[in-house]
Design a protein around this ligand. Structure first.
Ligand SMILES: NC(=O)c1ccc[n+]([C@@H]2O[C@H](COP(=O)([O-])OP(=O)(O)OC[C@H]3O[C@@H](n4cnc5c(N)ncnc54)[C@H](OP(=O)(O)O)[C@@H]3O)[C@@H](O)[C@H]2O)c1
Length: 266
């Protein structure tokens, strides 16, 4: 990590109950950071908290919260204030996908997706970043995706939401330069988590091209140390995003359409 943690250097991780968020929790705990673990599934959070306490002897606080609720970020801030917890780090990781053409997926699902991946991410950052800047130390990691670099038919709202995250986070990186606070836009590609099953696409655990969540988190740690604005995990994903820059936009759109058809997503 960027420094030796003090016992009061709390890190809040959203979506900590599984996948990339859980891997972040284990990695931060291994460095001695006390953690606020947030998700909806209380039992998974409690089990993780016990594991982290037993294995790494770190303090943990579990917060069972649904980020589709507009009140959630305010309540989270209130709970941390009440407990005297000041955040050193914030990892906006919670997110989910949905498979299908735009009109075949419910509006409720899409609005929930925007609430979790865009609105809650912006609001949590707005609530906790000012105090980090004031203390001249801390970090925010926003988990975006390689889907943020091109539109994805059959995941239109998801890829647009992640495009927002990438643009927003890079702008913040520029704004906060020299403040002592680090901002990182993390763009994983396919990762072996429950994400694909939950989104109704396929089991990413079985995809030989998918990275482990631990590898994604290691990449994020290295990038945060170097204070990079954006990191794309895995060299292959980096190569694809790099090559996209040289392809005319209409050709890129055609290629994306073809790929989604081959994958059976359209
Ligand atoms: N896996 C991939 O291939 C991949 C690729 C690129 C980017 N990403 C991004 O990585 C992040 C983590 O995803 P993952 O792959 O680790 O998937 P995951 O294993 O399904 O984890 C998603 C996490 O988000 C939490 N979450 C979902 N809805 C929530 C809500 N309404 N309120 C609070 N928490 C909520 C889930 O917890 P509960 O269900 O307990 O609430 C879970 O902890 C997401 O932002 C995703 O878009 C994933």
């Amino acid at each position: 990590m960027v420094h030796v943690p003090r016992s009061a250097d709390w890190v809040l991780i959203t979506g900590a109950s599984s996948g990339i968020g859980e891997a972040f929790a284990k990695r931060f705990a291994s460095e001695g950071y006390p953690l606020v673990l947030l998700a909806r599934t209380q039992e998974r959070l409690e089990a993780l908290a016990h594991f982290l306490k037993d294995t790494y002897q770190v303090q943990t606080l579990t917060v069972c919260s649904d980020l589709t609720s507009r009140e959630a970020p305010k309540h989270i801030e209130g709970e941390l204030k009440q407990k005297g917890i000041e955040l050193y780090g914030l990892v906006n990781n919670a997110g989910f996908g949905a498979s299908g053409c735009f009109t075949n997926v419910s509006l409720e699902k899409y609005l929930g997706m925007i609430d979790v991946m865009v609105r809650a991410l912006v609001e949590l950052t707005h609530r906790f970043l000012p105090e980090m800047i004031q203390r001249k130390r801390g970090f925010v990691i926003n988990v975006s995706s390689t889907a943020s670099f091109q539109p994805l038919p059959s995941s239109s709202v998801y890829s647009a939401g992640k495009a927002f995250v990438t643009s927003f986070t890079e702008a913040l990186w520029l704004e906060t330069r020299g403040t002592g606070v680090r901002i990182l836009n993390l763009c994983p590609g396919l990762t072996k988590t429950d994400f694909g099953i939950r989104a109704g696409t396929r089991d990413f655990h079985k995809d030989p091209m998918a990275q482990t969540p631990e590898a994604v988190v290691e990449t994020a740690f290295r990038a945060l140390r170097r204070n990079k604005p954006t990191i794309i995990s895995c060299w292959f994903n980096r190569l694809l995003v790099f090559l996209e820059r040289f392809v005319p936009h209409r050709v890129l759109l055609g290629a994306v359409l073809l790929l989604q058809k081959i994958r059976g997503r359209l």
